[in-house]
Ligand binder design. Sequence first.
Ligand SMILES: C[S@@+](CC[C@H](N)C(=O)[O-])C[C@H]1O[C@@H](n2cnc3c(N)ncnc32)[C@H](O)[C@@H]1O
Length: 275
Amino acid sequence: MSSPAIASMYRYRVQRFWKEFDLIKQKQANLTVPDLTSLDQYHYLGTSAVDHAAKILNISDCSQVLDIGSGIGGTSRYLAWKYGCQVTGVELQEQLHQVGMKANEITQMTEQVQLMQGDFTDISNLPISDHSFDSWVSMNVFLHICDRTTLFQNCARVLKPEGRFYIEDYYAAQDLPESDRQALAEIIACPYLPSREQYLEDLEKAGFQNIEFVDMSALWQPWLQERYEKFEAKREYYLALFDVDMVNSYSHFYQTVVNLFSSGNVSGARIYGTN
Ligand SMILES: C[S@@+](CC[C@H](N)C(=O)[O-])C[C@H]1O[C@@H](n2cnc3c(N)ncnc32)[C@H](O)[C@@H]1O
């Protein structure tokens, strides 16, 4: 079940998607996957991050890929469309899952992308077989999940032998002051943040090997700053589309992420390896 913090953080996403989708749809009749990528990638650096993941994971048209925490399916659709693979996405929140299903239909990706609603830490309730995926990808999801032991055990279970994984996520670059912990928990729905060492230890404990941990703050920080500034520059435009609470909520969220990363306490990483 979705926690109140997660539900609160994502409460405006569905509304925003459909409003911005309508604007795209007015200009163009038949939409394909790239037409939605400005709306459906809920991680950083857009589809270039997904291309990087595909390269690391060696994804081809023969690959079976699992997208853990698929949001509205942006990563899943893009991987399937660009690389010809089969993708299964698991998303916790019903409303986001429903948008993902509709977006699959609109872009005619239902054959290649199977989306399911569920909690990945409760895998016994999901129709996912052990050792059934060549690789899994998870973009900006694990920051929402405290129970890393169960999470990484499930991550290990789903991979075939010699399978690969790719994570983009936050980590604590140094001890977090209480104010950062509070902002992470209340605004980002991130109740727990491991250090780099703890992250690696937890992955190794689950049996993962050949792990690379690449700090992303130098690339993420300017991107996050620009995201906030672009949003503020278009404040009037957004106020014409959405109510003031929603605009303020997005602005506050974007600014909080900028502050957390610019403090140097919170950082981001690409983490990948094999089982
Ligand atoms: C920042 S969004 C990223 C979505 C997607 N990976 C993307 O890049 O567009 C994080 C997503 O993880 C989902 N999530 C959080 N905890 C989860 C869990 N235990 N199982 C499945 N999904 C989860 C959230 O509901 C949210 O949609």
